[in-house]
Design a protein around this ligand. Structure first.
Ligand code: SF4
Length: 399
């Protein structure tokens, strides 16, 4: 239902009510807005980086990444000059890595096509890789203080409740209603700060579960509050069925180095380096056994052309990727012979020190840390046994 039809249900279609809503929201934000690093700036580059990081990620998780990223790439020219691998390394752990790749590609475009200056209009910004309608609206309003509507996760929920919108907010009809409502809300005076206030109210008061309506400055304008439907609005997205998967990840060693492959564009975590990993089926999922080790060796040969002997199960990890719940069996293997064929994969032998500098998946990083810890323990043991051997000589020398 378009907002124009819907508006007969919404108290905010009256100009006076809208003015009151804006005033109450602004006053509340002045007292309650959080002091976040990316709110202390009008620099479009910083606004843009923070908005991309905050997609699918919490404020608490983003804060340290934002500081590190800006320290390394302080402006759009520095990002445009960066190697994709370095950008991915700083993004490691934030997930959704296409955001980082698009960020760097868009920086190149801004430098080469726009002389290093951000377009000031939402249309121009949306022509850049990875910038959609919301991000364009956020940059235009936060950095340039121009009126532009925003709809993201927090405001989507807030708008649905204010309107009492019980339809699917992710459908095209729902999106039309919400964007039209957002256009209506945004004022000409200080639109950036107003949009920040909307997002803050959605994030801290109109929360997904148990919205704090008693503390809400705009509850008298809220249809869901009036109808006591705030716990069922917005309509929940259908959750995809969870699929259980078992995978193997293998650390193949050769003279203190480990075989890594760069994940190609067709795979998840494209551009990151990774230990060979693949899905296990049937009895190969059972864990550590000669049959499973044999299967892993066959797969290494078949997929990567590497002959290796699997020695032991190092550890087992559990993690989730979208709808998949993955049990990951991590093996140690010794290299036996060089690849007999190349399937065009990018492979490299990597020392423990180099593992620190390369971008890895979260589970790849855990594996790398485990290998480094094992090496440190081995070094300590050899140092201790060396001391035991040399101790009598030391005593002798002291005599
Ligand atoms: S009254 Fe409650 S449901 Fe309505 S906007 Fe405020 S917090 Fe959200």
């Amino acid at each position: 239902m378009p907002f124009t039809e819907f508006s007969r249900f919404a108290p905010l279609h009256e100009a006076e009510a809208l003015a009151g809503f804006r005033r109450q929201l602004r006053n509340w934000y002045a007292r309650n807005g959080r002091d976040l690093a990316w709110r202390r700036t009008r620099d479009p580059y910083r606004v843009w980086v923070s908005e991309i990081m905050l997609q699918q990620t919490t404020v608490a998780a983003v804060a340290p990444y934002f500081e590190r990223f800006l320290a390394r790439f302080p402006n759009v020219a520095a990002l445009a000059d960066a190697a994709e691998e370095d950008v991915l390394r700083l993004w490691e752990g934030l997930g959704y890595y296409s955001r980082a790749r698009n960020l760097r590609r868009a920086a190149e475009r801004i430098v080469h096509d726009y002389g290093g200056r951000f377009p000031h209009d939402a249309g121009g910004l949306q022509r850049l890789p990875g910038i959609g309608r919301y991000t364009a609206g956020a940059i235009v309003s936060f950095a340039f203080d121009r009126p532009a509507a925003i709809v993201e996760a927090n405001t989507l929920r807030l708008y649905c409740r204010l309107l009492g919108y019980a339809g699917d907010p992710r459908s095209s009809a729902g999106q039309r209603v919400l964007w039209e409502f957002a256009e209506r809300l945004v004022p000409r005076r200080s639109p950036g700060r107003f949009n920040q206030a909307l997002m803050e109210l959605g994030a801290t008061v109109c929360r997904p579960a148990a919205p704090d309506c008693s503390r809400c400055p705009v509850r008298r304008h809220c249809v869901a509050f009036g109808e006591n439907t705030q716990d069922v609005i917005p309509r929940a997205a259908a959750r995809p069925a969870v699929t259980q998967v078992t995978e193997a990840m293998v650390a193949i060693s050769r003279r203190g180095r480990f075989l890594l492959r760069r994940r190609p564009p067709s795979e998840r975590w494209a551009g990151l380096w990774d230990f060979p990993r693949f899905e296990l089926n049937g009895s190969a999922c059972d864990g550590d056994s000669p049959a499973v080790r044999g299967f892993v060796e066959e797969q290494l040969q078949e997929r990567h052309g590497v002959a290796a002997a699997v020695d032991s199960l190092l550890t087992e990890m559990r993690h989730g990727v979208t709808r998949y719940r993955i049990r990951l069996l991590c093996f140690a293997a010794r290299y036996v012979s060089r690849p007999r064929r190349s399937n065009g994969e990018e492979l490299r032998w990597t020392s423990r020190r180099e593992l620190t500098d390369l971008p890895l998946s979260t589970t790849g990083r855990r594996m790398a840390r485990l290998l480094c810890e094992q090496s440190a323990v081995r070094s300590q043991r050899s140092a201790v046994s060396g001391q035991l051997i040399t101790h009598p000589e030391t005593l002798k020398a002291e005599r």
